[in-house]
Design a protein around this ligand. Structure first.
Ligand SMILES: [Zn+2]
Length: 447
């Protein structure tokens, strides 16, 4: 029983202990020591010698705020053969994430307070990273009637982001109502922007490669039309819209226009859309089938530029594990999606840092600070100034920027193997992840 004067925390910090991280480089800056205690960063500076602390020699390692993924499919409840909350969050911690937002297209759909609380509890019990459930916008993702958004928001899971991801909320009136509804508690509607009629039976990006292969295509206009419509609605209603996995150069232009109006529109891009292009589909290897589809090199270039200049706010993985019977089939029957939690940081380094488009602080903004702000995390300060300073919550990741590793699908912590990077040698390795001062990963391994 709680007595008056007891310290009550909303989250357990058991096992957090006291940690002395020696010689880390916050955001890539000069080496300092960082002391963690009671789940918080308590001291940052050169040559510290705290008493009674576990020492981690982090000479040369970068320290970044714990990464935040706004777009993760954990598949539980319903498809535990593809992923569970426990296996997906192990993958997340190994990838440097301290929070993931779990998408609602589970079986049953996360469209009630009961289901979102179940997912939230599974995440808390697994303990590898924080799981913030995303609630469905419409009942059963059917796009007909709004789900119980208020009940999910006021549940223990405290849902702030809603999405029918996998499906587009294509009915404009329903989308308007959803935007109006979440405004009351500063929620956000995350839209999978895909005009359904324009993308019926789509198999890949519509363009030169689809014409050559004789596959029906997702035209860029199907994505761009919904983003433009929703930006207008968000501006009209004065509510928050977040655009999932932007994939075309035209989408970047529309977002730039929407932001110039001062509308509350944010957007994410996946690591794979920053690197891979639609000519990979000529292999007919279903590992490259994804929704939205891989686009052209021109689109990749525009997405990188948009992320660099802040038109696109953040990177989100769209980690989409699939069981072999759903993925290792002929192209047309394969489910779209790729796993991405364990490779996201390396792909981001490859696409954005090694190209000189972002420095480490910029990468930390796009993978931790901006997504935390968009998702409404209580620890997120508006400009990220508290991250990695004394008084901040001790969510952080230590990265060896000089290390390289080769992706072995069989060695991933995810239950699924559908990575497009098998055998690829990638830069940057997560050495340690701390969740509220407690290590979830040490020496590159789950604690
Ligand atoms: Zn989606």
């Amino acid at each position: 029983m709680t007595q008056c004067g007891d310290v009550v925390t909303s989250e357990p910090v058991a096992g957090a202990g006291r940690w002395h991280l020696r010689g880390v480089r916050p955001f890539g800056a000069d080496p300092v020591d960082v002391v963690l205690d009671g789940g918080m960063i308590v001291e940052v500076g050169p040559g510290l010698s705290p008493a009674g602390a576990n020492i981690l020699d982090a000479d040369g390692l970068l320290a970044l705020p714990g990464l935040v993924d706004l777009h993760t499919h954990l598949r539980e409840p319903g498809r535990e053969d593809a992923e569970t909350v426990a296996s997906g969050t192990r993958a997340a911690a190994l990838g440097g994430f301290t929070t993931v937002f779990a998408m609602a297209n589970t079986e049953p759909v996360a469209d009630t307070a009961g289901v979102v609380e179940q997912v939230w509890r599974l995440g808390r019990d697994a303990g590898h990273c924080d799981v913030r459930p995303v609630g469905a916008v419409t009942e059963g993702l059917r796009g007909v009637r709004l789900a119980e958004l208020g009940a999910m928001a006021s549940s223990a899971a405290g849902v702030r982001m809603f999405s029918d991801d996998g499906h587009c909320v294509s009915d404009a009136v329903l989308m308007r109502r959803a935007l109006e509804y979440v405004k009351a508690f500063d929620g956000v509607i995350a839209q999978h922007a895909q005009e359904p009629r324009l993308t019926e039976d789509a198999q890949m990006n519509e363009g030169a490669v689809s014409a050559r292969l004789g596959l029906s295509g997702w035209p860029a206009a199907a994505e761009e039309a919904i983003i433009a419509r929703d930006a207008l609605l968000a501006g009209h209603v004065g509510s928050r819209l977040h655009v999932c996995h932007v994939s075309t150069a035209g989408s970047v232009e529309i977002l730039r226009w929407a932001k110039s109006k001062g509308w509350r529109v944010t957007a994410e891009v996946t690591p794979h859309h920053l690197l891979l292009t639609d000519d990979l589909v000529t292999s007919f290897d279903p590992v490259f089938k994804v929704n939205p589809p891989l686009r052209t090199a021109t689109d990749v270039e525009a997405l990188r530029a948009g992320l660099a200049d802040g038109t696109i706010d953040c990177i989100a993985t769209d980690h989409a594990p699939h069981a072999p019977q759903d993925k290792e089939t002929e192209w047309a029957a394969a489910r779209p999606g790729m796993v991405g939690l364990e490779t996201a940081l390396s792909i981001a380094i490859l696409a954005m840092v090694e190209t000189g488009l972002l420095d480490w602080a910029g990468l930390a903004d796009r993978m931790a600070i901006a997504p935390g702000r968009i998702g409404g995390l209580p620890d997120a300060s508006p400009d990220g100034t508290r991250a990695l300073s004394a008084g901040a919550v001790a969510n952080l990741v230590l990265v060896d920027p000089a290390a390289r590793w080769t992706v072995d699908p069989g060695a991933l912590a995810s239950r699924s193997r559908n990575t497009p990077y098998a055998g690829r040698n990638l830069p940057g390795r997560v050495q340690a992840t701390f969740l509220r001062g407690r290590p979830t990963v040490l020496d590159g391994k789950i604690v």
